[in-house]
Design a protein around this ligand. Structure first.
Ligand code: PEP
Ligand code: MG
Length: 755
């Protein structure tokens, strides 16, 4: 059958003229439907737009009754139009009324029409409406007619996105494009942020859709694809992959798509039909996106992300834009939205204008999360599709405490959150007032509160939160945010800066704790079945002494003339500590021999985080200068509960009596041996758990800076002696009521402890 279409190029040329006319939105839509109807030689052409209440409203028609415009409507999923919106797929039917999904709308007078072609109006894979043509005769529309309709749908999508149709929307509900959306993910960094969306990699908006010269567009495409391929090949060859926050496998996927003939052929086809090169890329991507978004297979969805990224890169190549807004262009209340980003990229934005971070990926232990926490930026991860749902400048709320994200929130919700922010600020102010107050319980027991840190950006908290020192400095973070192994010089510079910035307060460095979930992108990791129990931390340090010795040397240099406190992670046997100490002594000897200044004092300690040490405490305490309990790992190994597995997260209760007994055994042994003991796992920062620790006899706790205020408020209202007596009797074997959490909560209520 011959196509009725009077040439896709001619249609596009006419469309461009209509778009350029200085007319109102309704008139423009009316002209578009007339144009399409005459080009496809259809008796009917109609535009349905999706409203915020999930209803598709007839916005313009040629052929159906005029009175039906803004009156006829269908729900998503209802009738053929609703089906197209729900499935984001064209429907081409010679006999529409025979389709099981057919629903007849009497107000439109459409009973006379048999054949039906409808396409979704898509933008970034999101359905904004449906464009339909109908004929009385039974006909099947041809491929280039479907194409023509899809291209027109793109033009209408841009009208919707530009807000042109808001003015003619009849209902108070508004358009779907501006609908409030509530999504939930996983809270990564606590706090609440209200602000406006800044897309980390903004979609370049293609406004020039229709080409004047297809051959020229094809040449532009060829050039851009070549440049794209070269840039990916270069990145893969350069070994600087981590600098861009990308991983090798992602780039390999990019390369695979960039050479995919099928993908490129589809883009070329769209150019042949009259689109500009960038519009052709966007059209193909939007179609693919709509198809793939319905996939539930996580692998395929992941590939969709890769393909999305690649299409964006190609559009940027074509339009010659750099990605990411400059810092000066950020609004004062920016909430950064991205699929994922490297820690260094977040640092690049600076702290001042950022109120929050929302990522489609990003787990609780990812590097960007660690940096967001260090910077005090509320962050939520694992939020599905947020990048395509959000537009730059949209209002947004991020709740890092609950993992909720509200895009384009209603006014009352915004007010409620603004109140939450004010409440938090008042609490923070109260905590700040405690900053210089003594850290002493009601009955006069002194408890030193230190903070955990790992980056230079953490250091200002030392003063702000009034910490007594840094109880745990995770040196691996510098390695995790770097793009290649930091050299000795870089390590030394960082440690010197830390010691300088600590203003004489003690800093306990921990030697590299890499491996497990802490992967270095530039270090080829071997696949391990149980990485948490694999080749990590001190094991790696002892097997590759060059690495550990370099770090030790950097620390000795940095602490020259000052005090150096260094501890080793994941010690399993006393002998491992002795070996590590041997390395320190060797380095020290070397420095002395060459006349380098050395630290005034050196204290070496061990993290107690593997249960085997519980059975070597006496011997261990005879060798070390101090110990620090890593309750995160200790609990994970003690109770066989993976600390990073959300499935077993509710089994991760360090307040269980057997674990508390183990903690008690450690503090008692250390006290008996007169060896200082600190606890630096997450439980130290939870006021209720910290209460238990004080009850057990811990007098030194190290926690994240944000926890210092709440823990200090708790301990200053606590009678430690009374708590201790009652807690210890409750932990006795055979005690009837062993729910320690409930006991502590009751105790706090009865005794007015500020929790
Ligand atoms: C711990 O294991 O408790 C700890 C403090 O170390 P990390 O969380 O870095 O493993
Ligand atoms: Mg640990």
């Amino acid at each position: 059958m011959r196509s009725n279409l009077a040439g896709p190029r001619l249609l596009l040329r006419r469309l461009r003229e209509v778009m350029a006319e200085p007319i109102k939105a309704q008139e423009r839509l009316d002209k578009i439907v007339v144009l399409i109807a005459s080009n496809v030689v259809a008796e009917v052409c109609s535009v349905y737009i999706l409203r915020a209440d999930g209803v598709l409203e007839l916005y313009a028609t040629e052929g159906l009754k005029r009175e039906a415009v803004h009156n006829a409507s269908l729900r998503v999923g209802e009738g053929l139009v609703g089906l197209i919106a729900a499935e984001a797929r064209p429907l081409n039917l010679p006999n529409a009324s025979a389709h099981p999904g057919f629903a007849y709308l009497p107000e439109t007078g459409e009973e006379a029409y048999n054949s039906f072609l409808g396409v979704p109006i898509l933008r970034a894979g999101r359905t904004l409406g449906v464009l339909v043509v109908q004929n009385q005769s039974h006909r099947t529309y041809l491929e280039d007619e479907v194409e023509a309709l899809q291209t027109t749908a793109m033009v209408i999508a841009e009208m919707v996105a530009a807000g042109e149709l808001e003015a003619i929307s009849q209902k108070a509900t508004g358009l779907d494009m501006s609908r409030p959306i509530a999504s939930s993910g996983v809270g990564l960094a606590e706090g609440v942020g209200l602000g406006h969306v800044v897309l980390h990699e903004p979609r370049v908006v293609v406004t020039n859709l229709i080409s004047e010269d297809s051959d020229k567009e094809k040449q532009r495409l060829d050039g851009a694809i070549n440049r794209l391929r070269l840039s990916i090949d270069d990145l893969l060859a350069s070994g600087e992959i981590a600098a861009t926050g990308e991983h090798r496998e992602v780039l390999e996927a990019y390369r695979m798509f960039a050479y995919d003939r099928g993908w490129i052929r589809k883009i070329e086809e769209a150019i042949k039909n009259g689109l500009t090169a960038e519009a052709a890329v966007e059209k193909v991507q939007s179609d693919t996106r709509a198809r793939m978004l319905r996939q539930t297979d996580p692998y395929l969805r992941e590939r969709l992300h890769d393909l999305d990224d690649l299409a964006h890169r190609l559009i940027r190549e074509l339009m010659g834009r750099e990605h990411g807004p400059g810092i000066d262009e950020l609004p004062q209340d920016a909430i950064i939205i991205g699929r994922n980003m490297g820690a260094a990229e977040l640092l690049d934005y600076g702290r001042d204008r950022i109120r929050g971070l929302v990522l489609e990926e990003g787990g609780p232990t990812s590097h960007v999360t660690i940096v967001a926490r260090a910077l005090g930026i509320p962050a939520v991860g694992l939020v599905d599709d947020i990048v395509s749902l959000a537009d730059g400048g949209d209002a947004i709320i991020v709740d890092g405490d609950t993992g909720e994200v509200h895009l384009r929130p209603a006014a009352d919700l915004e007010n409620a959150y603004a109140e939450k922010v004010r409440f938090r600020a008042r609490r923070q102010a109260q905590y700040r007032r405690l900053r210089n107050k003594p850290s002493v319980t009601k009955d006069g027991v002194e408890v030193a509160l230190q903070m955990n840190a790992g980056l230079l950006v953490d250091l200002p908290h030392l003063e702000e939160a009034g910490a007594a020192g840094i109880g745990l400095f995770r040196t691996e973070l510098q390695f995790m945010v770097a793009s290649s192994f930091p050299r000795m010089r870089d390590q030394q510079a960082q440690y010197t800066q830390i010691l300088d910035a600590s203003g004489g307060k003690p800093v306990t460095f921990r030697s590299l704790d890499i491996g497990g979930d802490k992967v270095l992108p530039y270090l080829r990791s071997i696949l391990e079945e149980n990485p948490a129990m694999g080749w990590r931390a001190l094991r790696l340090g002892l097997d590759r002494p060059g690495l550990l010795r370099t770090q030790i040397r950097a620390l000795l240099h940095a602490a020259a003339g000052r005090d150096l406190k260094l501890m080793f992670p994941m010690v399993v046997e006393v002998d491992e500590f002795l070996q590590a100490r041997g390395l320190v002594e060797k380095e020290l000897k070397h420095l002395r021999r060459h006349g380098h200044p050395v630290p005034e004092t050196i204290r070496l300690g061990v993290m107690v985080e593997v249960p085997s040490l519980l059975f070597q405490l006496e011997e261990l305490l005879g060798h070390v200068d101090f110990i620090s309990v890593g309750s995160n790992d200790l609990f994970q190994f003690f109770c066989a509960v993976d600390r990073g597995n959300t499935r077993v997260a509710d089994r991760f209760d360090p307040l269980s009596p057997p674990f508390l007994r183990a903690l008690k055994q450690i503090v008692d042994a250390a006290d008996k041996a007169h060896v200082p003991v600190t606890l630096c796992g997450e439980m130290a920062g939870n006021p209720l758990a910290a209460m238990a620790l004080i009850g057990l006899g811990y007098r030194n706790l190290s926690m994240s800076p944000a926890s210092l205020g709440p823990v200090k408020a708790m301990l200053r209202t606590l009678d430690a002696g009374r708590l201790s007596a009652r807690l210890l009797s409750r932990m006795e074997p055979g005690h009837r009521d062993c729910d320690i959490r409930a006991f502590l909560t009751r105790f706090a209520e009865e005794m007015d402890v500020a929790l």
